[in-house]
Design a protein around this ligand. Structure first.
Ligand SMILES: [Zn+2]
Length: 279
């Protein structure tokens, strides 16, 4: 495992991201116990895409706290569980969750779990808060050194602070580091992330209100996997009473999961990606 390329590659990240090297134990333990529990034996297992779902926050990190007191971590986990169940039941995907319960997982460890599993897709699920409580609607983010807008930059800053709850050094996401990590992401990963983002925005837009310009980008540390198309989905904002109330309802979360399932199906249905997996 020590020579696993997923961990070796992390040496290249440096500048505050090498901290992952000190933390692979949790990820390794996760890897060693996940395959049997998460991946039911099926004849097609070897060729089925592996989807890593990342419920935001957890444990001592509640994430955003809604205007009525709802914790983002609970909403994110509940929705991710429904989506995981749907994807597994379809028989088309293997699925790994970055956390199984209400645990704190450092941002680097979330990425390490996805890389150690050789994930084909990484989807981080959130419902953060904004200073402007009137803002509502779903949005989908990809990694970029320079944020698409000030609101997205603020969101990424807030999200990257999640590690302040743990023993790990908080992700150093200075402009210089953002530039470095963004430049490390392979071209085909960027293309895949953008395609996944478009699929998710298109699917969510059929069912829910969207944030204005819903396909955005910013320097989210949790999206830095070098070779795994990655997006962060804001299912709504806990700072908006309408979004918070909706996300508190199991029926709404099921609809969100159905919409994201359709988005993932759409992403993998594109011929070039199927060719990539087969190759
Ligand atoms: Zn969040």
């Amino acid at each position: 495992m020590a020579s696993d390329p997923a961990f070796t590659r992390r040496l290249l990240l440096g500048h505050g991201f090498g901290v992952t090297l000190l933390l692979p134990a949790a990820a390794r333990a996760e890897v060693s116990r996940r395959p049997h529990a998460a991946n039911p034996p099926r004849a097609r297992t070897a060729t089925m895409p592996l989807v890593v779902l990342d419920p935001g926050h957890g444990g001592k990190d509640p994430g955003a706290i809604g205007v009525s007191g709802t914790y983002e971590k609970h909403v994110a986990f509940a929705t991710a569980e429904v989506l995981a169940s749907r994807l597994r039941a379809s028989g088309h995907y293997r699925v790994v969750l970055t956390r199984q319960t209400d645990d704190f997982i450092a941002l680097d460890d979330r990425v390490a779990i996805a890389e150690a599993h050789g994930a084909n897709l990484f989807m981080s699920m959130h419902a953060d808060a904004l200073a402007n409580h009137a803002v509502r609607g779903a949005s989908v983010y990809t990694l970029a050194a320079h944020a698409s807008d000030a609101q997205s930059a603020a969101l990424a800053t807030r999200e990257n602070q999640a590690d302040r709850f743990g023993a790990a050094k908080p992700a150093d996401i200075s402009p210089q580091v953002a530039e470095i990590l963004s430049s490390l992401v392979a071209h085909e990963t960027r293309v895949g992330s953008a395609r996944l983002q478009q699929s998710a925005v298109g699917s969510l837009g059929q069912d829910f209100p969207l944030l204005e310009n819903p396909a955005r980008h910013a320097a989210f540390a949790v999206l830095k996997a070098v070779d795994i198309p990655s997006v962060l989905v804001e299912m709504g904002f806990m700072s908006n009473p309408h979004d918070e109330a909706a996300l508190c309802a199991a029926s709404h979360r099921s609809r969100v999961a159905a919409s994201l399932h359709r988005a993932i199906d759409g992403y993998f249905a594109s011929a070039d990606h199927l060719t990539h997996i087969a190759g």
